[in-house]
Design a protein. Sequence first.
Length: 509
Amino acid sequence: MVRLTDVVAVSAEVGATRSRLAKVAAIAGALRLAEDADEAKAVVAFLSGAIQQGRIGAGWRTLVELPAPAPEPTLAVADVDAAFDRLVDTRGAGSVGRRAEIIAGLFGAATAAEQRFLRALITGELRQGALEGVMLDAVAKAADVPGEAVRRAFMLSGRLPETAALALAGGVDALTAVRLEPGRPVRPMLASPGTSVAAAIADLSPCLVEYKLDGARIQVHKVDDEIRVFTRTLREITDSVPELVELVRGLPCHTVVLDGETLALSDDGRPRPFQETQSRFGSTTEEQVRALLLRPYFFDCLHLDGVDLIDQPLRARNEALNRAVGPHVIPGAIDPTPEEAEAVGAAALAAGHEGVMVKDLDSAYQAGRRGKAWQKVKPVHTLDLVVIGAEWGHGRRSGFLSNLHLGARDPDGGPPIMVGKTFKGLTDELLRWQTTEFPKYQRDRDDWAVYLRPELVVEIALDGVQASTRYPGGVALRFARVVRYRPDKQAADADTITDVRGLLPVAQG
């Protein structure tokens, strides 16, 4: 049996250390205490800062008046998970009162430390939760299985608690039995920043060079006439994009899993602003759909008519992609010369797109991974960073939250690592938005600034990076300016401090 107090202690230990090995060891120790699959899944969820049941009908308002804490720990993880089940199942007349009773009973049995943990867990405020990479390593350690087997099963299933339960109960055999399943979303493969087209080609040749679109990532699954469309965070948006559903339904295949982008085009064929494309994902009426039609551009095929392609090289997946979607393949060139690759980049920019993607033709699809096999090259460097604070403005910006504190993701699971500040690129509209929205993410404040929980991702353009002792990561951004906020991305999708350091000039690297 795993006691809640043990999970609370491990969570605190994870939050108190920057050592990835220490985090992994602490979590693995807790997982080994689990006696069955349900208990293991709950431990993984709690230590990841999540609740398996999702929305349980409880929030800050329901946690204002709570009973005094218990003097000694008695709660088991299974007790808490069962209470969450009851909260989800409580509906109908009188449900508000019954939920209040369940919450009071749960918190009344919790110590002061457990109450703080439960409050943070329920409200989504648990910030010392383990990141996916750390949790996957901990699962592998606890189950004594190869980390790659755990990561592969997770990326194909998209469900971390279930993956942990499989590893602990069935070992490698259970993990390798997980297969790509059309209709169930796969964690998307991600790209790393590249310095130039020439450098990326030299690094990845033979390669595929294709347009880098300023669109929204989509993953599309077709099983006969049943179509499902997911965002990069695996949120289903099928009902909001009927034109994409209709197009995919007409493709000449029975089953297919496609990776791609979608965007809205202006009358002249140039891409409309990203925010307009993103707004369609919440559309529900025929009028909204007609007002802004989306067009898909597919760049990968993970499954086609009963054949899984995820482990096949990109060259084979690209051939399958062309058979499946024909004219809807993203523009590009296979194994181009440096001159041909530069021409693809020039054509992409002339059409209003961001630049190019350069991809290793011999690489497998590394679901959920950000590796060097895919590199994005733009004429201006951009990074997706986490907003960790904002300073109050001066002069005409008085009264507005302005100068942003920017953090890169710590690949070892620690808090974002600060790499710079900027107030450049902030329009009056963004200043007003920041001043209204940032307090909702506040974790602390002083007379000069508001410090935020690491949740908001912003795209930053920069002229490069330089070595610096000013910030803890040893690097600082040069001439950083705001491009846009990325509501389609979570903090776990942000670029890492390793990505930022990779932009250092060679002499400084």
